[in-house]
Design a protein around this ligand. Structure first.
Ligand SMILES: [Zn+2]
Length: 263
């Protein structure tokens, strides 16, 4: 998300929109042309494009993505790398076209609405106001929750997704199902979360192991049944999530761990 925001910011910031096309019923008639894109930032899993006094807010969920395509001088349409019917938003400047595909959420918000929308978010791991003490306090506010679920709850700390929660728990040596109250190295868990997100923030191919170019990119995620790279034990795959997560796609609930390295 952070990387997508950086790519969009580089392409659009400071430029005037020559047209906008919102392909969702609620905003079908919206027209942001003539407005200048001020900045594009990520807050947790939310992407915020500030355009004048409005914000184009999107949430990618599982399938969503933004692409940026250069426009040639003739003004011909760039070839998209995803099918056109999945496009939810097309923003054009003189020389760029940004397209949001399969967005989980797409809203046009006023500044006040933007604040409401994000008020529930915990400290942002990649934000300028990252606050590990506040994240700790929030995690401990529900001590019986499993650490695997608590890490995914964006109101505790914003930014950890499903891949990283498995990796963080592995690297911290704790089972994802362990209640937060029993996690004796919570400071380490938070430090690892910040470190993994920071080193991956601009990478196209995420990686939590030492070598991003060779070997598996993750210690445990996606490796159920395979040997643990530390101890050789067969890694396990299971599902972990509370009621709100049961509605989520299986890929959002699935968790991987080593039954020997983690306790
Ligand atoms: Zn192991």
């Amino acid at each position: 998300m952070f990387r997508q925001a950086a790519v969009l910011h580089a392409a659009l910031a400071g430029k005037v929109l020559t047209s906008s096309d919102f392909r969702v019923p609620r905003h079908a008639t919206a027209d942001l042309s003539g407005r200048t894109v001020e900045q594009v930032i990520a807050r947790g899993k939310h992407l915020l494009m500030r355009v004048g006094d409005l914000t184009v807010h999107s949430h990618l969920k599982m399938e969503g993505t933004w692409h940026v395509y250069p426009r040639d001088a003739a003004g011909s349409r760039p070839r998209w790398r995803r099918t056109a019917h999945t496009a939810r938003c097309v923003l054009r400047t003189q020389d760029q076209e940004a397209v949001g595909f399969s967005l989980g959420e797409l809203n046009i918000l006023s500044t006040a609405e933007e604040q409401d929308k994000l008020a529930h978010l915990g400290p942002d791991l990649l934000g300028p106001d990252w606050d590990p003490a506040e994240a700790t306090r929030r995690l401990l506010s529900a001590p019986q929750r499993s650490i695997g679920v608590a890490l995914l709850d964006q109101s505790n700390l914003a930014g950890v997704g499903n891949v990283f929660r498995s990796e963080i728990c592995f690297l911290a040596g704790i089972l994802p199902s362990r209640p937060v109250a029993e996690v004796t190295n919570l400071a380490r868990v938070i430090e690892l979360s910040e470190k993994l997100l920071t080193v991956n923030r601009l990478r196209i191919r995420r990686c939590t192991t030492a070598n991003p170019t060779s070997g598996p990119p993750y210690w445990v995620y996606g490796r159920g049944g395979k040997p643990c790279m530390r101890c050789g034990t067969r890694l396990r795959k299971s599902e972990l999530g509370e009621a709100e997560l049961r509605k989520a796609a299986v890929e959002d609930r699935v968790i991987y761990f080593c039954p020997s390295c983690q306790s």
